[in-house]
Structures are given as C-alpha cells and as structure tokens.
Design a binder for this molecule. Sequence first.
Ligand code: BES
Ligand code: MN
Ligand code: ZN
Length: 515
Amino acid sequence: MQTEISYAPIAGIATELLAVLAADTQTTKSSNSDFGAKPQPTLLTNDSAVEAAAAGVLASGEYKAGANETVLIHAPAGLAAKRLLIVGLGKLAKATVDGVREAAGTAVRFAKPRGIREVALALPSPEGLLHAMAPHAAVARAAVEGALVGDFDADTYRSDRKDRSIQRLTIGAADGDRAAIEAGVREGVMIGESQNFARSLVNEPGNKLTPTILGQRAAVMAEEVGLGWDVHSTEKLHELKMGAFWSVSQGSPEPPALIVLRYEPEGVTEGPVLGLVGKGITFDTGGISIKPADNMEKMKYDMAGGAAMLGAMRAIALLKPRVRVIAIVCAAENMPSGTAQKPGDVQTAMPLAADKPGKTIEIINTDAEGRLVLADGLTYARQLGATHLIDAATLTGAVSVALGRAIGGVFSNDDATYAKFAAALAVSGEKFWRLPLGEEYAELIKSDIGDIKNTGGRYGGASIAAEFLHTFAEDTPWIHLDIAGVAWVEESRPYVAKGPSGIAVRSILEWVRSY
Ligand code: BES
Ligand code: MN
Ligand code: ZN
C-alpha cells in the first residue's frame, strides 16, 4: 500500500472511494419520555461540498452513524471522488482514537471485496466536532494503522487467490497541523506494516514455518531494518544448559531456533536494557500429553508471542527510540515421539550464572510447554543484561476462560513497570487486563521431587502459569502478556479479517518507547 497525504480540499480528491467519518451527536439520554430519541448523524468534516453530497442520506433516517456503520453514495454531486463512503464512529461523546483506527479499517475492508484499489480517507476535521479528541498526530497515525491492518487477508495459500490489496491510500488532511499529521502518517505506516509482518508469520502453517524457517524470516527482517541478530540451534541450547527449552524441542526432528535480535542505538551506553521474550512454538500438539483433535490445527499460532516480538523489533528499528533492546524468541515444535519428554521427567533449567545451579522442573503435563521455553528465554535475557523484561505468549486456555476473546491478560511483579505498560495501552488501543501473581499460586507448583512443577491444577491456570514464569524473572521488573485468547480473530469484523490479530505489537512498541 502506497500512502500519501493530500492537503487539498477533500471535495477535490480524485479517487475511487472517499471515506468520511460521521458520528451521532444526539446527546439526549433515553428515558421514558424521550424513548427513541432519534440519532443525529453528523459528518466530521467542514467541507461544505461533502456535506451537501451527504445531506440527503443523513436526513433520511436510514443511516445512524453507529460504530463502523457504512453507507455508500455513488457519483456524489460536486465531488471529484467516484464514491463517497460514510463510516460511523458511534456516539460522538464516546468517540476515541481507536474508533478512528477501526473506521479506517472498515473503509478499506469495504473497498477490497468490491475490487476498489484506491481509497482516500478524510481525517476528522480539527475545526469540526472532533478537535478536542486527540492530537492530530495520534489520529493520523491511528487512521493509517487501521487502514493497513484492515488491508490484511489470511487466504495466502488459495490457488485462485485474487490480490485485492489496496494500492494507494490518500490521507485527506485539508486542515490541521501538517507537521503533526505527517509524523503521524509516517509512524502509522511503520507500525501497521510491522503488525502485519507479525500476522503474516502467525498465519503460516506449521509445515511452512518450522523453527528454522522462523529464524530465517527473523534474520531477513533484521537485515532489512538494520538490527543485530543471531539465530542459534541445538548446540547453543546445550552450551547454555537450556534444559527446559530443549526438553520441549527434543521430541521433534525439527531443530529448535533461539532467535536473538539486538537494537543498539548509537551513543546509548547507559540506562535500561529492555528484554523482549517471545514464545515461538511453531506447532503445539501437546507432546505426549497430546491434545484432542478438535481445533488442534489452530496450534500453528502458538508462536504468536514470538511473532509479536519480531514485529515490535521491526517497528523499534524503524522508529529508533533512545533505549537498548534485545529480543529473544524461543522457537520449537512440541511433538510426541520416542524422543519426546514424558510426564514425570525432571528437567534442569538454564542457570543465571555458570557457577549457580539451574532450577529443576518436574514435568507433569508436556502440554504446558510454553512456560518451559520461556523460563530459559527469560533467564537468557537477564544473562545478556536485560534490566526490564516483557514476554508475550499464547500460554494458557485459562486466560480465555477468565477474560474472553477480546481482552488479553497482563501480569507484573512491579507496579511502576506495569504503570508504563498501562500508559502504552492508552496509545496502542489494545486491551489487556491485569491478573494476579502471588504466593497462593506459587504454593500450587511446588514439586515433591524438585524445585517446581510445570502445572498446578485447573483453577487459576493463567495465574499459575504466570507465577511459574515469575520464578525465572525473579526480581527483575517484568511484564507477562498471555495472548492465548486474543492472538486469533475467530470471526471477521468490519475492520479486521478473521485470522491472526497481530496483538501486542503496538503495545510492546509503546512500552519500549516510554523508556
Ligand atoms: N498453547 C497452549 C495454550 C493455548 C490454548 C493457546 C488455546 C491458544 C489457544 C499451551 O501450550 C497449553 O497447552 N496450555 C495448557 C496448559 C495446561 C496443560 C496446564 C492449557 O491451557 O490447557
Ligand atoms: Mn501446550
Ligand atoms: Zn502451547
């Protein structure tokens, strides 16, 4: 997608499809007396030609400007555009920057199936009703992100696939702070493309994206954007004594990949080193504790946490924050076989220092493999000098039981670090809810034979898994994101395709930028 900005009056933009936002300005609260108070759909532009073209449909009562509600006007009188699409934000009083992100995606996803390859999107006019909503840069950025995210479709292996991607996106910025809008658009492109990069990895099936191939894809990306990188395999796992990571990989003929990416901005030699750790299980059968067949195909997305880290690193390399970052993705296949680990086996995790012993883990369930690879990933990040940690993983089914399919789980051992993440969420528009860690959960994973066991019963499964990781993060300020419920969009929405969501890329990036 080519993105450009037009500062001309939006009525003059010659395009296949001009999208303009609208909101419901009705403020009367429903009560018995005014029950059914009519919505007042209002265009978020002060372009009088666009207002005139839309006046009829807005007055008709057919269109209510509900969130992502659309109406199309062909050959709109007085406009250079061939079509005018009005996209709703819902109630104006509740409109958010994230609503603009969705509306942009809705416009793009409206265009795609109709073979329209060119879209212009008018930013809500700052002189209009939305002027107080947010800085122009944030609105422009969100619009571009939404358009790019909306452009993604998952059907890459269809033999008769028609590429319907949008070739040209024009951001209509007739008024507003040009420098801010330009900066916002530039960021939006980098971030939206990085999120889609992560999604393209998550979408790949297990036979097309083995740990080795994931390592290659990471290396190619790192070269493109100028990150330092290493992709290690079996030998390095043994050298580092990564007994927990290796125990997951040992059942598969596919070798593991220990992917390390480094972002080292010039002249930054002090201050924090942020460690990003991702779960990269390219397929999770469960191992000897094998999963049931139903929905097992979805376990190709068990590397979504790793992909989120790779996407975030891509965006970091392009946006160049003044902080050092290392990313570690622990990629392996979890398979049952004659060489697979067994329930009851005891594994020794990577020691933090060569002269210290590694913690011993009793394997109760080989399907609780994500925490095993992350245990060594977290330790390695600390050994490499990370002062603050963030991990992302499709770790537990239990997190979806707790929070559903729209909100991810976040855990932290440090309130100040968590506060920075919460602030990042306000920018990214992604939704996470903090869940507890604690001694109550640590109790449940004490082992009779060793230090710790890898499962602790059904109840509180997401917190138990998080507490397991806490054992390895120890006192290093740390954020854990359990994205098992939100990494895959089960039903397509007006603004995003069914398939990989790319969740967490934007929030991790903003968290990094806050240092
Ligand atoms: N990859 C799964 C978690 C998962 C489930 C991700 C559904 C996405 C959708 C993870 O490795 C797993 O199997 N977790 C087990 C842990 C249990 C054995 C303690 C689970 O959640 O059932
Ligand atoms: Mn599993
Ligand atoms: Zn898994």
